[in-house]
Ligand binder design. Structure first.
Ligand SMILES: [Zn+2]
Length: 84
């Protein structure tokens, strides 16, 4: 007996389990920290403090937004220095 309860999302997840996730850079936080999203199941990863990939939890999203803020401000100041 075959059930027809499976939705496309679970099929995609199955695909990822078998073939691995298809990660794409979804956001560049800093030079070294990026956020990745799987093209198939939309799972999100980020680079942690050790330079390794980890799941993008709300805590990491918060850290990344702070990092991004510091990084943008720093690079803006650097650009101003170069311009003058
Ligand atoms: Zn995936």
């Amino acid at each position: 007996m075959k059930t027809t309860t499976s939705n496309p999302n679970s099929v995609l997840k199955l695909y990822c389990n078998v073939f691995g996730h298809q990660y794409d850079v979804s956001k560049k936080v800093t030079k070294h920290v990026k956020e990745y999203t799987c093209k198939c199941c939309k799972k999100q990863l980020t680079t942690n403090g050790n330079g390794k990939l980890t799941e993008l939890t709300p805590k990491f999203q918060e850290i990344n937004s702070i990092l991004e803020h510091i990084y943008t401000r720093r690079s803006m100041r650097l650009n101003q220095k170069l311009a003058s």
